[in-house]
Ligand binder design. Sequence first.
Ligand code: BTN
Length: 250
Amino acid sequence: MNIQRIDYQEIDSTNLEAARLATGGAAEGTLVVAKTQTAGRGRRGRQWDSPEGDAIYMSLILRPQAEAADVSGLTLVMALSVAQALQQLQLGGVQIKWPNDIVLNRKKLCGILTELHMENRCVNDVIIGVGINVNQKCFASEIESIATSILIETGSGMDKDMLIDAVMEAFERNYAIYQKTYDMTNLMEDYQAFLANCNQEVRVLNPKGEYEGIALGINLRGELLVRKQDGTIETVYAGEVSVRGIYGYI
Ligand code: BTN
């Protein structure tokens, strides 16, 4: 994959711009980077606060030759790549909160929003959007208890371009591995080494209700396996897992 970076001063959302470029035929590896977003998007229809200057907002276009079901793991592949890049840049203690939040000292450092576009029942493109809190000194009061930045946690900032390069380098390596099987077979061990909630009690919140159990790790599709109190093992592929003790508000 050849990374082709396009920079914007301001854009509505790098995910939206990447989707527009993909519709116009942009190649796999096109990376949209913006200094600020006016309509940054998070998961579940939430907003992603995107002030100018201190954070990374970027979205990568992929064109995997695979079924929709086989690309769901790509979001975990990006989470792994961000965690590895931060570790390589000497940031210790980074963890992944399944499926794809990067946390440090129990607060969120990075969010990932993956969007899949189909055409005639085939995958046309996959957009992986990444927001990393790098050099912010503070956060809005609504999110300050759960959000953090590299600067806040370590006392020293990080060069954003160097981090983007490190993430992309790790992603290219991991994507090539993922494409051999289109599942987590060869990345599982690396991913689980960062998994925050492994062998700990978690609360699973899904539309059917709430239950508690022990998170055992992921399966090849990247779903979380949770052992319930009655001994049965649930496969969590949707909904949200809350991890006790991972975030201050839980
Ligand atoms: C989450 O809710 O945790 C996902 C947040 C993803 C934010 C990034 S910032 C760059 C890209 N563009 C967007 O509009 N969202 C993603």
